[in-house]
Ligand binder design. Structure first.
Ligand SMILES: [Mn+2]
Length: 303
């Protein structure tokens, strides 16, 4: 172990949060998807689930606002075994596995590159019988039909999820975007996706995200897909395609907190690339978000 590694000897993952009693469903179910074939610029995301799980042991079940959440139960089902190839070769099996999450339990899916979101959205749409809205937090909209000569690049991830999951694009809110291919902008305008660029979010005060989403979500539950590159590279350098001008960690956590009145459906956290990271900054940012999300299980509505 180098001086840069955390000594987690004797500590339990996920802040020591317990599995549910036999026969009961967990509040959250964690699944790793160690996929990096969709990251055509710089891979490394396949190492994220195991690394996040290890570093999760240094946290305590207390939110940043000093609320205890040690009654939240977590079932970690480890990392899925993937077949050789990109997400296209794995999408059906991954979606089926995520869809096995019991009703009322929140899946927390650890990517992997952002193609992880495609099977996640397919599964969530199925689990919720279509009563699904999506908050997609990302520097990039991931709405290309083809990118880098493949339909299973992370630059196509949201597009594939919407198409294969038969999800109405009007139910999607993009937050934190700042790098686009023109094809993506046209798709956003044509389909009625709500776009909140990072530049707009920076100027927001109060509860504007909650107001924006709350006005449209109706009786849907909200799935959050977090691409860690939504954060500014100064807060999350360990990712494949960093983009200047991003959200701060503070803004991201405040946006999450605003959603505590919204019924949550689940979370996926993608594009953390431990080999590209410095001092675990990016993994720790992802974990902070995951733990604040877990803390909200007892604060907000879930299902
Ligand atoms: Mn993405």
């Amino acid at each position: 172990m180098s001086e840069h590694d955390f000594n987690t000897a004797g500590l339990k993952p996920w802040a020591g949060l317990k599995a549910p009693a036999a026969g009961e469903r967990p509040d959250a179910r964690i699944l790793g998807v160690p996929m990096e074939r969709g990251s055509l610029y710089r891979p490394g995301q396949a190492k994220a689930p195991a690394h996040l799980r290890k570093v999760s042991a240094i946290f305590a079940p207390v939110t940043e606002r000093a609320e205890r959440f040690d009654s939240v139960t977590v079932q970690d089902d480890g990392d899925l075994t993937l077949v050789d190839g990109d997400m296209g070769a794995n999408v059906d099996a991954v979606a089926d596995e995520i869809a096995r999450t019991p009703a009322g339990t929140l899946p927390i899916v650890l990517g992997g590159d952002h193609t992880t979101v495609s099977p996640t959205l397919i599964a969530q749409q199925r689990r919720l019988n279509g009563r699904l809205s999506i908050l997609y937090i990302d520097a990039h909209p991931d709405l290309n039909d083809v990118s880098r000569h493949t339909r299973w690049s992370n630059g196509c991830a949201l597009r594939r999820g919407l198409e294969m999951g038969e999800i109405d694009p009007k139910k999607v809110t993009l937050l934190g975007c700042r790098d686009y291919d023109w094809e993506e902008v046209e798709y956003i305008r044509k389909t009625g996706i709500t776009l909140i660029p990072a530049a707009t979010a920076h100027g927001w005060t109060g509860n504007q995200l909650a107001d924006e989403i709350g006005s449209r979500i109706g009786s849907d539950a909200l799935h959050i897909s977090l691409d860690i590159d939504s954060l500014d590279p100064s807060y999350a350098p360990g990712t494949g395609v960093p983009a200047a001008g991003g959200l701060t960690s503070r803004q991201l956590l405040d946006f999450l907190r605003q959603l505590r009145g919204v019924r949550l459906a689940g979370l996926d956290v993608d594009e953390v690339a431990p080999p590209l990271d410095y001092g675990h900054i990016t993994s720790l940012a992802a974990l902070k978000f995951i733990f604040e999300f877990l803390g909200m299980v007892k604060l907000g509505k879930t299902g």
